[in-house]
Design a protein around this ligand. Structure first.
Ligand code: SF4
Length: 451
């Protein structure tokens, strides 16, 4: 029996046929004046990447040379006075930015904020929007879900993302935000392991941060092996944005790669899962280097899942989201989550409405196999955990107020997520500007759920 032809009329987007199979392999870094003579071998070395990572505004100016216009540099300097995140960008990502079109470039937006793009924080933003510190029984550990914990062995990363949900601790203090950033230190982890050993309901440990890329090979092994030896632990996940922003480390840092694979093999021998959760947010991050890194991980049987963060002007577009989904899946990465942006400081320009997330989810679903389709979730402010974006109890779209419950995480509690005010109608914006109106809108929304 012949298959039904796919209806072209119904397509809500257009992606050139098989575009997700194209992986750029050009010497793109040579467009950066300061790196015009860098060879492929140099650029492909993790040590060169680390040595040449951009951590200061002056370095941006130096490597960009003639591309560093006065307006661009003034806007970047302005951004540094507002942002809660310091600069740290790998040459890999820096060179993938289209500097001729830096205003709209999705990579520049994520890693090098311009002062001109910031908006005032939402009145209900919080430094620790997800209440990770509140749900922390011992330092460096969050225990919210019954069988799962989040372990933060370090708060350093190979890049610092402008949209970081843990901007309260990650990446060192800035002009606007002092913080208690810490590096990896085995001594500080003892209480974490003791807590996990004592609580036999815990089966799953996320090793995040910060970023597991910043652990030494010995630390990767120590953490992995210590956890796998605890009888009730069944699954561990190393969370790293590394594959997306520094795939060259997977390809060329043999010691780090071997440590990871050793832990994975130990997991297999114990009948336990060791996987990586990574963090591609848009197609522009993906090149042949990403594919080579994934080929190496896949050849050793390591499963990688992707978690993207929904960001305005980066990936809140059906074509871009479908392309990202297909492309990561093509590299054998399982698209797992797309997160509604958290209500943290310095991020209002990135946030989308919940309605937008729901529409995107609907548009992406059905474009590929279900197991390769990400679930769009809202991580509830106040620590209700992740909920499907359409599973709210009540949503006042006009005023951007959604009310949620999380019966298996915090029974009896209600949670609220607020859309960015600048995306609402002028009338709704006016209501938000009036404290009395604001209180009654919120009280009204809560009443709808608790009636
Ligand atoms: S890699 Fe993750 S933890 Fe680090 S700055 Fe980016 S979002 Fe934050």
């Amino acid at each position: 029996m012949s298959e039904m032809p796919i209806s072209k009329e119904k397509a809500q987007f257009h992606i050139p046929e098989l575009q997700h199979r194209n992986f750029r392999d050009d010497q793109f870094w040579k467009d950066i004046p300061g790196w015009a003579s860098v060879t492929r071998e140099e650029f492909g070395s993790h040590l060169w990447q680390l040595k040449n990572s951009i951590t200061k505004v002056d370095q941006v100016e130096k490597v960009l040379g003639k591309l560093a216009t006065k307006e661009l540099m003034a806007d970047i300097r302005h951004g540094q006075k507002i942002t809660p995140m310091n600069i740290r960008i790998t040459p890999y990502i820096f060179a993938l930015i289209d500097w001729q079109n830096y205003i709209d470039d999705p990579l520049r937006k994520q890693f090098l904020p311009l002062g001109s793009q910031f908006l005032p924080d939402h009145p209900y933003y919080r430094d620790d929007s997800l209440s990770e510190d509140t749900d922390s029984p011992v330092a460096l550990l969050t225990h919210r879900y019954n069988d799962k914990v989040l372990f933060l062995p370090t708060t350093l990363c190979p890049v610092y993302c402008s949209y970081c949900t843990r901007s309260r601790i990650v990446g060192g203090g800035t002009e606007t935000k002092p913080k208690d950033t810490y590096g990896a230190s085995q001594k500080r982890w003892e209480d974490v392991f003791a807590y996990i050993r004592k609580n036999s309901n815990i089966e799953d440990v996320v090793i995040s941060g910060g970023d597991a890329y910043m652990l030494t090979p010995a630390q990767v092994k120590f953490i992995g092996e210590s956890l796998l030896q605890i009888p009730h632990i069944r699954r561990i996940r190393y969370a790293t944005k590394g594959i997306a922003i520094f795939p060259i480390k997977i390809i060329s840092d043999d010691a780090w790669f071997k440590a990871l694979i050793d832990v994975q093999k130990m997991g297999r021998s114990y009948g336990k899962q060791v996987v990586i959760h990574t963090h591609f947010s848009c197609e522009n991050e993906i090149t042949k280097w990403s594919q080579l890194a994934m080929d190496r991980l896949w050849s050793e049987g390591l499963l990688v899942r992707n978690q993207a963060v929904l960001q305005d002007g980066v990936n809140n577009d059906v074509e871009k989201m479908v392309l990202l989904t297909r492309k990561v899946a093509y590299m054998n990465i399982q698209p797992y989550y797309v997160y509604q942006h958290d209500m943290v400081p310095g991020c209002e320009h990135f946030r989308t409405t919940l309605a937008e997330a729901v529409e995107l989810e609907k548009a992406v679903r059905g474009t590929t196999a279900g197991f390769n389709t990400p679930t769009f979730v809202c991580d509830l402010p106040g620590g209700g955990g992740k909920r499907h974006v359409a599973s709210y109890e009540y949503y006042d779209k006009e005023n951007g107020i959604s009310v949620w419950k999380a019966p298996n995480v915090k029974p009896g509690e209600t949670f609220m997520y607020f859309d960015p005010i600048h995306k609402l109608s002028p009338e709704a914006q006016a209501r938000w500007n009036n404290e009395g109106d604001r209180d009654s809108m919120i009280a009204e929304a809560k009443k709808k759920v608790n009636l």
